[in-house]
Design a protein around this ligand. Structure first.
Ligand code: PLP
Length: 357
């Protein structure tokens, strides 16, 4: 006989990652087309060969501390290592944070469309996601969110730049949200911050109810190693450590992340590529479709009157994988998201769309 599982499982679907097809150009998950930096590869290989990195041992606390130190210097904004916690990607950090704040029946505000993991984790914890539709230009207005905030509202999720829309929230709006909801933790997801011109990390110094998420998956090119971090107010650190599984981040990822922070040249090259190639994509794609302004390493297209899946399928036949955004709550069925690739990849996207259109 099958053992009954918790009822929330009826309400959530399995996470659908961007497809991987051998030989195809993958522009569906906003990864770094340059891959990890050469210094990262060298450091991993040498550390294993020299026995500094011993895969048969559990990750070393000293390495984690060193990484938190390096992250605090990288982040600046007066943040010390006591303000930094790490996890298996932003996904892993979010998993721990939701466990800290959401109990049965608690609510979380989620402006949509946005990253889908927020709502899944809230539901898994027994919480209730409350969705707030973004405006037509995908901006968030504090005055749309505030009436939805109740006694049971424990978290607010704001991705900036947001995925799949690519836009940022203004500092004034965030400030209003943070100040008007002192009993809710405002989570600012800055997965794509390296490609944007500004960060909201200064808010963590100013307020006790805000934290910022960052990752090594995008600009640093380490998506496969699963490592990310949060910049948090100090009072939260001990709760995080109690709730997170021990050794959430593996020792190869710790070594790689430290090396990635040292390899400033690779970071510069990766960001430069996006700053240079995004306008190329935007200029060429807007000949066919509406292109939304993006502060991230991807562009969002409205392909109406076509349906997203039609353009997705046609590109797939040309060997190019993009993201059909219909699975994002509140996105409708005419949006596709394309990660910025190398010039060669981007030219193939433009040529493919030209032939399709
Ligand atoms: C807004 C946003 N946050 C977080 C993530 C996940 O990041 P990580 O790879 O660090 O888990 C993604 C992944 O695409 C994302 O788009």
């Amino acid at each position: 006989m099958r053992v009954p599982v918790r009822s929330y499982l009826r309400e959530i679907g399995e996470y659908k990652a961007g497809k991987l097809v051998k030989g195809a150009i993958k522009l569906s998950s906003n990864e770094n087309p340059l891959g990890p930096g050469p210094e990262v590869i060298r450091e991993i290989v040498e550390s294993i060969e020299e026995g500094k990195l011993n895969l048969s041992l559990y990750p070393w606390e000293r390495n984690e501390e060193e990484l938190r130190d390096e992250i605090s210097s990288y982040v600046g904004a007066g943040m010390g290592k006591e303000n930094i916690v790490i996890g298996a990607g932003i996904d892993g950090v979010l998993d721990t944070l939701v466990k800290i704040f959401i109990a049965n029946g608690d609510e979380a505000l989620i402006p949509v469309p946005t990253f889908s993991l927020y709502e899944s984790l809230v539901k898994i914890a027994g919480g209730i996601p409350e969705y707030v539709k973004r405006r037509n230009d995908f901006s968030i207005a504090a005055k749309d969110l505030l009436p939805m905030c109740r006694e049971k509202t424990k978290m607010v999720f704001i991705a900036s730049p947001n995925s799949p829309t690519g836009n940022c929230i203004s500092e004034a709006e965030v400030r209003e949200i943070i100040e008007s909801m002192p009993k809710a933790m405002v989570v600012i997801d800055e997965a794509y911050v390296e490609f944007a011109d500004s960060s909201l990390v200064n808010m963590v110094k100013e307020y006790e109810n805000v934290l910022v998420l960052r990752t090594f998956s995008k600009a640093f090119g380490l998506a496969g190693l699963r490592i990310g971090y949060a910049i948090i107010p100090e009072w939260l650190a001990s709760h995080y450590k109690k709730t997170s599984i021990p050794f959430a981040v593996n020792s190869v990822a710790l070594t790689a992340a430290i090396a990635a922070l040292m390899d400033k040249e690779h970071l510069r090259r990766s960001v430069e590529l996006v700053k240079h190639e995004k306008p190329f994509l935007e200029e060429n794609l807007q000949r066919f479709f509406k292109v939304y302004p993006s502060k991230a390493n991807f562009v969002l297209l409205d392909v109406s009157p076509w349906r997203a899946y039609e353009v997705y399928d046609a590109l797939m036949k040309c060997g190019i994988i993009v993201r059909d955004c219909s699975s994002f709550r509140g996105a409708g069925d005419s949006f596709i998201r394309i990660s910025v690739g190398t010039r060669e990849q981007n030219e193939k996207v433009v040529d493919a769309l030209k032939s399709i259109c």
